[in-house]
Design a protein around this ligand. Structure first.
Ligand SMILES: NC(=O)c1ccc[n+]([C@@H]2O[C@H](COP(=O)([O-])OP(=O)(O)OC[C@H]3O[C@@H](n4cnc5c(N)ncnc54)[C@H](O)[C@@H]3O)[C@@H](O)[C@H]2O)c1
Ligand SMILES: [Zn+2]
Length: 361
């Protein structure tokens, strides 16, 4: 059992914990009724076990369609209406069982239901375990993958059972690894070495035979430590955006055909090259990231059908673009980010010309 207690809430990472959700929830977030919100894929596999663990008489299952397209205000309304129709009240705790889509929507339902009830995050994808379930961001999309409507709503408890990753489709295992690579680059060189070692086993077609607990725990510790110092994203939390300024632009230019993690892998390689070009990042960092990404089955180049000029234009409409200058979170070397220190900005302004040069390679 790994318990991470860097934040106000407890994060339990433990193989088999899905069957102990009841004990954990009673210890950390006891409620009269439990609303298990899940999607059709994850629900079919795991919702029955979670309901049994919580006690069938006090828990109900609410399912949404799987996938990003269902992360909408309409889904939020339908789930909320179903809970109201079941006469759930303030003494309800929402249990978010699924990937990042379920976590974000169920978290937003919890943030708004009766002006806010507790949410327990039970992430089932690698991305949700190491990224989306920690930090309290919840919401829905208006346009694809924009997350423009939502709320900060910290979970009462997070329960990650690495065993459930055996059923996660391989493309999503690889995409999740991109965020683990990011965690190593931004905060911990030794952790990046461990990610490098485990990546081929996690990225293999066959379900992973290795225990993923150390991977999940290592990433959770890094994300939790960053979030703990900057809960509302004013400063240091910006380092989590490494690879995401160009990554988001590439993802959008792909018409969201690329998985987020795939686009972020390309974004990390390009942004490290940008840092090297600017003399900020140690030489060889971009090549190192590219090697690990390849071992993780992730792309490292902008797909040929994507126009670099369009990617550049997209960075300028990014949420992170301030006053016409695009800010990048860049490493100085593996394990260390630039821009910290007293009153640190944790990001640097970069000119279009430098970005263009890196995209042109
Ligand atoms: N709140 C945050 O801080 C934050 C951070 C990063 C990403 N996100 C959000 O997370 C979302 C992406 O999350 P995701 O990659 O988990 O996508 P997802 O929730 O769509 O899950 C991916 C697919 O895997 C399936 N799945 C999940 N777990 C499974 C399992 N154990 N076995 C079999 N199938 C399983 C799902 O049904 C889905 O089809 C995006 O909407 C993104 O905006 C949020
Ligand atoms: Zn990301």
């Amino acid at each position: 059992v790994v318990s991470v207690t860097l934040l106000k809430y407890h994060i339990a990472i433990d193989p088999g914990s899905l069957d102990r959700v009841g004990d954990l929830v009673r210890a950390h977030a006891k409620a009269h009724r439990y609303a298990i919100i899940t999607d059709d894929n994850v629900g079919a596999l795991y919702a029955g076990r979670v309901r049994a663990a919580l006690g069938a008489e006090r828990s109900s299952i609410y399912s949404m369609a799987a996938g990003e397209a269902a992360k909408t205000r309409e889904t939020w309304a339908r789930l909320t209406d179903a809970m109201l129709a079941d006469q759930l009240g303030r003494d309800t705790t929402v249990v978010a069982l699924g990937g990042g889509v379920v976590g974000d929507v169920a978290g937003f339902v919890a943030a708004t239901f009766m002006r806010g009830v507790p949410v327990v995050q039970v992430p089932t994808s690698l991305l949700a375990m190491i990224d989306a379930s920690i930090g309290g961001k919840t919401g829905v999309d208006t346009d694809p993958r924009t997350n423009l409507v939502g709320a900060f709503h910290q979970p009462a408890l997070v329960i990650a059972d690495p065993d459930v990753l055996r059923t996660l489709p391989v493309a999503h295992r690889r995409a999740g690894l991109a965020e683990a690579i990011k965690h190593g680059v931004i905060a911990d060189a030794a952790y990046l070495d461990r990610v490098t070692d485990i990546a081929p086993a996690v990225a293999a077609e066959a379900a992973p035979s290795v225990d993923l607990t150390p991977l999940v725990a290592g990433s959770v510790r890094i994300k939790a430590a960053v979030v703990a110092t900057d809960e509302k994203e004013h400063g240091m939390r910006k380092i989590l955006n490494f690879g995401h300024t160009l990554g988001h632009a590439i993802e959008a230019e792909s018409g969201y055909g690329m998985l987020h993690g795939d686009a972020i892998a390309v974004g990390m390689v390009l942004e490290a090259r940008l840092g090297e070009r600017l003399g900020i990042t140690a030489a060889g960092t971009a090549d190192r990231i590219a090697d690990i990404a390849r071992a993780a089955g992730l792309p490292v180049d902008v797909p040929p059908e994507i126009d670099p000029a369009a990617v550049l234009a997209r960075t300028r409409t990014d949420k992170k673009a301030r006053a016409g200058v695009v800010e990048y979170a860049l490493p100085t070397r593996v394990g260390m980010m630039t821009g910290g220190g007293k009153g640190g900005t944790w990001s640097v302004a970069v000119s279009d010309g430098d970005v263009r040069a890196v995209l042109a390679r």
